[in-house]
Design a protein around this ligand. Structure first.
Ligand code: NAD
Ligand code: WQD
Length: 342
């Protein structure tokens, strides 16, 4: 019988790509999402890609009663991948309580549910934001956690601590926190992808929207950093590569291959890419000359960060397969497809 995986935030950007990979790997998938930042139609699109439409339950995970009701009807959930969270860094500074409430209460409810309904395994969406500006690059998992720059980042740090302590106190629960670097791109079908509401905060959707004429020009936030071309450096990985790591992490726990009850992995390519290099990649794959200008630095930006993914490479047998150009190409195909539809 197929093992059932609960994917919270399952109609969101990374959740939807992970649902595809899970279904294609033979799992039954059920999605929960309150559609705060996504659309129900994404479940149909996952169905179009895989031939199996996952069931979507629409409710807020902060609602403990609704979540309990879900678990009562789904006593056979084998593992949870918990994506559901608010993720806009800027908004988290102006609405900290919304972020602490949503990201932490939802996590606590999920963990309570795991205890009450004997769900043994969880994968948590963490972030490279927990490292702040690391002293040593590439950054390894044992690098010191820095004081969070935003309430959003703090919810990831606190979330990891809540999980660590819960696993320590409950011998039947195991967990993996995955610290994502910068996911970009979309499924090759161009049926699912990143769909930010309003003005995008992240670089790649801003680039693709500018190229389509939805934004006048991209502002590059600073060219006076201590980097080879002066712009900030990040580690951009293809969202499908990222999604595949979740399938591996789930199987590792379900097959008792984990070495510790709580494990943490960096997920990145290991390559640092500057903002200007990312733009060049986009221009190469799209054939479009992007309109951009250099402006001042963005408050709170990290100068440079990229992953040392060797622990995930070794322990999970996972590595990124797509190049930056391939990821950019899929981001561009998705942007064009989604605007045609809307
Ligand atoms: P997303 O906004 O596309 O997806 C999150 C989904 O969760 C959305 O569909 C939203 O409607 C849903 N959701 C939020 N709160 C909910 C609640 N209380 N109940 C039910 N559903 C709820 O974001 P994403 O980019 O797919 O990110 C997924 C996870 O990965 C998040 O936890 C995010 O913090 C983390 N993460 C993202 C990035 C990134 O750059 N995208 C990087 C590091 C970590
Ligand atoms: C990338 C680079 C910008 C937009 C965010 C979150 C972090 C994590 C990943 C979730 C930076 C530059 C951007 C623009 C620009 N998410 N840029 N003009 O900064 O790594 O972090 O996503 O956990 O928590 O903070 O990603 O895509 O916002 O920016 O020049 O219009 O592009 O300065 O150097 P970042 P990003």
């Amino acid at each position: 019988m197929k093992k059932k995986i609960l994917v919270t935030g399952g109609t969101g950007y990374i959740g939807s790509h992970t649902a595809v990979e899970l279904i294609e790997d033979g799992f039954e998938v059920v999605l929960i999402d309150n559609l705060h930042n996504s659309e129900a139609e994404v479940a149909e699109r996952i169905g179009k890609i895989t031939g199996t439409k996952p069931r979507l339950e629409v409710f807020d995970i902060c609602d403990r009663e609704k979540l309990n009701d879900f678990f009562q009807r789904n006593m056979d959930v084998s593992a949870i991948i918990h994506f559901a969270a608010y993720k806009a860094v800027g908004e988290s500074v102006s609405k900290p309580l919304d972020y602490y409430w949503n990201n932490l209460v939802s996590l606590i409810n999920i963990l309570e549910g795991m205890k009450d309904y004997a769900v043994p395994a969880i994968v948590f969406s963490s972030s490279c934001t927990v490292y702040g500006q690391p002293e040593k690059l590439p950054v390894t998992e044992d690098a010191p956690i820095q004081p969070a720059i935003s309430p959003y980042g703090n919810t990831k740090q606190i979330g990891e601590e809540i999980i660590r302590d819960t696993v320590a106190a409950n011998k039947n629960i195991r967990a993996v926190s995955l610290r994502y670097f910068n996911p970009i791109g979309a499924h090759k079908s161009a049926l699912i992808g990143e769909l930010p509401r309003g003005v995008p905060e992240n670089l790649v959707p801003f680039i693709t929207q500018t190229a389509l004429g939805l934004r006048d020009e991209l502002k590059i936030f600073g060219d006076d950093y201590d980097t080879p071309d002066g712009s900030c450096i990040r580690d951009y990985l293809h969202v499908v590569d990222l999604a595949k790591a979740h399938v591996i992490a789930v199987k590792r726990m379900l097959e008792n291959k984990n070495k510790h009850d709580y494990e943490v992995f960096n997920l990145g390519t290991g390559q640092g890419v500057s903002v200007l290099e990312a733009i060049k990649s986009f221009e190469r794959v799209s054939g479009i000359k992007l309109k951009y200008k250099i402006t001042g630095r963005r408050a709170g930006d990290i100068e440079k960060i990229w992953a040392d993914p060797s622990f995930a490479n070794r322990e999970l047998g996972w590595k990124t397969l797509s190049s930056l150009d391939e990821a950019m190409k899929t981001a561009w195909e998705w942007e064009k497809a989604v605007r045609k539809k809307n």
